[in-house]
Design a protein around this ligand. Structure first.
Ligand SMILES: Cc1ncc(COP(=O)(O)O)c(C=O)c1O
Length: 382
């Protein structure tokens, strides 16, 4: 069996044709045609008013915070379990990240913990749709509204997920997406900011264009700001992928179903959860191994690697990272976020790329069972 990477895209002739057209024709007066089409199609797909394509989701989070006016002295609540990209822009704008715990089933922000983290300085919350799962959005939005807290929904990993029939990315003041090469819909690198607020939209355009008001005269900047633009080749790739998005999402769900069936008899593993209210787009099929077996994720990944299978560790709690060692809120989080600290050591992402086949899933599941069961057996003997 060839080496199995943990993630990767599905690229067809459509993508090649669109990118070829962009690199051939999207210059001069046509320089923005693919941006315009991609943004319009993306907004229509989600049912939102505005979409801005960007070089990354990190940029989309940064712009969201800037457009919402979050700045020094403010606190922003985020789940402790996420990629650091969800949190880093909070520091860019001079605000303080506050790390809340996750829910033990969805692995997304726990609403109870979110409530406990609220202080008079809280300005925003960034719930993350982790691995395609979603938090309890109704409750979360209600708490945020009651406290006047802005919501930036980090749907970087969740294109295609839904909560009560509504698409991920549409619940906050802004929603943000990543099109990194590992994502279900990719532009190589890239991201999108979506919003229904014209004010936020205009602010984001201003901050991403070196502080020039949309439509103002050229080279006329009223603030020192940022340059966040996607290339037309990326936008063309994104448009082609978006036109195939239902196929890509179905494929992700199929890959998860295959794993679920192959691992159905393994009582020591918990896979991604789909609540009755949600449709999970299963960006990364994730396996949490029962902690009682004492198999940590690093040693399991090393074993899988020897079998030619690349896995990724379940995110480490942000509050455990050296990057936040001295952050004022991290010490508290290390004590309080029990679910994050209980689950994280035993979780791995399994190969979930769009090139997975049933045969490959069977191989990964077989290898995982073999590794875990050998270990469990020797632990019992010991
Ligand atoms: C939850 C989450 N937020 C934000 C990001 C940042 O996305 P990007 O790499 O496009 O900046 C990622 C990317 O992997 C992510 O998984």
């Amino acid at each position: 069996m060839e080496r199995l990477p943990v993630s990767g895209p599905s690229i067809t002739q459509k993508e090649i044709d669109y990118v070829t057209d962009a690199v051939t024709n999207a210059w001069y007066g046509n320089a923005n045609i693919y941006h315009d089409r991609f943004e319009k199609a993306f907004a229509d797909h989600l049912g939102v008013r505005f979409a801005i394509c960007l070089p990354s989701c990190t940029a989309a989070i940064h712009l969201s915070l800037l457009a919402l006016g979050v700045s020094a002295g403010d606190e922003v609540i985020i789940p402790d379990i996420t990629w650091i990209a969800s949190a880093a822009p909070i520091t860019y704008v001079g605000a303080t990240p506050v790390f809340a715990d996750i829910d033990s089933k969805t692995w997304c922000l726990s609403v109870a913990s979110f409530k406990e983290c609220i202080s008079p300085r809280t300005r925003a919350v960034i719930p993350v749709d982790l691995y395609g799962g979603m938090p309890d959005m109704d409750e979360l939005i209600e708490v945020a509204q009651d406290h006047g807290i802005a919501v930036i929904e980090d749907a970087a990993e969740a294109i295609g997920s839904e909560y009560k029939g509504r698409r991920a990315g549409t619940f906050g003041d802004t929603g943000v997406f990543s099109f990194h090469g590992s994502k279900t819909l990719t532009t190589g690198e890239g991201g999108m900011l979506v919003t229904n607020s014209e004010d936020i939209y205009r602010q984001a355009l201003f901050f991403r264009d070196h502080g020039r008001q949309p439509g103002d005269k050229l080279f006329w900047n009223t603030s020192v700001a940022y340059k966040y633009k996607m290339s037309s080749m990326q936008a063309a790739l994104g448009l082609a992928q978006l036109e195939r998005v239902e196929e890509l999402i179905s494929r992700k769900r199929q890959i998860f179903e295959w794993y679920a069936a192959e691992l159905a008899d393994a009582e020591w593993v918990t896979l991604n959860y789909e609540t009755p209210d949600t449709k999970n787009s299963y960006w990364m099929v994730t396996a949490i191994i029962n902690g009682n077996l004492g198999i940590d994720k690093e040693s399991l990944m090393a074993k899988m690697e020897q079998g030619g299978v690349d896995c990724r560790p379940f995110f480490y709690p942000l509050s455990s990272l050296p990057a936040y060692e001295n952050a004022e809120q991290a010490a508290k989080a290390r004590e309080q976020n029990q679910v994050s600290y209980r689950i994280s050591p035993y979780g791995i992402n399994l190969p979930s790329g769009l090139n997975m086949t049933l045969e490959k899933v069977q191989y990964v599941a077989h290898l995982l069972k073999q590794e875990v069961e050998v270990h469990a057996h020797s632990a019992k003997l010991g």
